[in-house]
Design a protein around this ligand. Structure first.
Ligand code: UD1
Length: 420
């Protein structure tokens, strides 16, 4: 397994370009199953999760072609039975269920695996599909779904902690070919859900209320092919902003859409980081003294859970106490123990991490536990003096395109070490 060897303590300087959004492209690729026509998807990041979704689509009978940052999918004929092992491995694969069921009136998809950041239930996906008239049976690790024809209805998709991103995506896709009108109440409003909705509209779907908590989908008979450019990855952008700030550098981040992460910009400014909007880019500059800042993760447009770990790494360098509260995933503090190896003082009290920042970090070997935790460890390693080896970066490769190449261009001393 590969690792990163980082020699930290160097401020990042220069320019970086943001890739297409992983969390937008995965459901968009699933949506290509809704038509027999060719769909062209542009600004696609080269990530292991994206290639994996390509394999899943191929296993269902679709033709998938990767060329540079463009993916072309033609699902002329598809089968409704997903490969158990392939689907089980990636959470995002659950969103093939809605499109397959809508197109074929039956589908069997393995339950997505658990995840270290929490239990990750799918009850809201199932509730939505049942409301549309699907008969579901879970056996042998599969969700077996069938229907005569999905039928529009009103369904409330809010859960214990608010809306569900992939649940909204799944039900919205299923509703595009259903008979009649579906209203999704308490829909997720994340930019990735909006991008998917725009993709579906470009295929001929009828969706009103895009970007709002109430989506109204009027079913159509068929959808057609399309050509779509994926939005930039707001989580990648925020990761680079935190990395630049944590090393007290100055970086111009190209291609990010600031309106997609206003809550993060607000907190960076509260922490004393200067972020200026330039034409099509953001310039981030951080002085030596950062201010401690409290953060609570929330559904969009609140502070994203996917930036919690990276912001925590930043707060390790802010003198004083920052309280970081996680409201979306209950166990999303796996990075805390690893950051402690670098000398960070963090204690966990219920859903909050109390960061006593300001103590200099020093390099150590650490282990990545999940995608965003890995990014946080890289940021901490860049800010620390001495060498940090971040093991198990396959997590990071799932969601960051050529991270070490981008960081090297900014002056970071970081190398990928091939694992045995
Ligand atoms: C997506 C993102 C992930 C991000 C998360 C929250 C993708 C591929 N992944 O995950 O990066 O961290 O949104 O922004 O886009 N829940 C239920 N029942 C369900 C579904 C979810 O109770 O049926 C709960 C979850 O346990 C969690 C909360 O709802 O507490 C939000 O989860 P959800 O928005 O569904 O996350 P994902 O869509 O899986």
């Amino acid at each position: 397994m590969d690792s990163f060897l980082i020699k930290g303590g160097v401020p990042l300087h220069g320019e970086v370009s943001i890739s297409g959004s992983k969390n937008a492209v995965l459901p968009i690729m699933a949506a290509t199953l809704l038509t027999a026509d060719t769909c062209v998807i542009r600004h696609v990041p080269d990530l292991s999760d994206v290639r994996f979704m390509g394999k899943i689509l191929e296993s269902l009978g679709a033709e998938v072609k990767f060329e540079g940052d463009t993916v072309t999918v033609r699902a002329a004929k598809v089968k409704g039975f997903g490969d158990y092992e392939l689907i089980r491995k990636m959470r995002g694969s659950i969103c093939i269920l809605g499109p397959l069921l809508s197109r074929l009136n039956q589908a069997s998809v393995s339950l997505p695996g658990g995840c270290v950041i929490g239990t990750r239930p799918i009850d809201l996906h199932l509730k939505g599909l049942r409301a549309l008239g699907a008969v579901l049976d879970i056996s042998g690790g599969y969700i077996n779904a069938k229907t005569k024809r999905l039928k529009g209805t009103t369904v409330f998709l809010g859960g214990r902690v608010g809306p569900t991103v992939l649940g909204t995506a799944n039900i919205m896709m299923a509703a595009t070919l259903a008979d009649g009108v579906t209203v999704i109440e308490s829909a997720a409003c994340e930019p990735e859900v909006t991008d998917l909705a725009n993709f579906l509209v470009s295929m001929g779907a009828k969706i009103a209320g895009i970007g709002s908590p109430t989506l109204t989908i009027t079913g159509v008979k068929t959808l057609h092919g399309t050509d779509h450019e994926v939005i930039p990855d707001r989580i990648e952008a925020c990761t680079f902003l935190c990395a630049a700030a944590a090393t007290h550098g100055e970086v111009l981040v190209h291609g990010a859409r600031a309106e997609h992460f206003a809550a993060v910009l607000d907190k960076l400014r509260e922490a004393g980081v200067k972020v200026e909007r330039k034409a099509g880019a953001l310039l981030v500059k951080a002085s030596k003294s950062l201010k401690p800042t409290d953060v609570t993760t929330l559904p969009y447009s609140g502070f994203p859970t996917d930036v919690q770990a990276q912001f925590m790494a930043l707060m390790c360098g802010a003198k004083g106490i920052s309280v970081i509260t996680e409201r979306i995933f209950e166990s999303r503090f796996m990075h805390v123990a690893e950051m402690a190896r670098l000398g960070a003082e963090i204690s966990i009290e219920g859903p909050s991490a109390i960061v006593k920042g300001g103590r200099p970090l020093s390099g150590a070997p650490v282990m990545a536990s999940d995608l965003r935790a890995s990014a946080a460890l890289v940021i901490a390693g860049l800010a620390a003096t001495g060498s940090t080896q971040v093991h198990r970066i396959y997590h990071l490769d799932r969601g960051y395109e050529r991270m070490e190449t981008k960081l090297k261009k900014l002056g970071a001393r970081i190398d990928r070490v091939d694992g045995e």
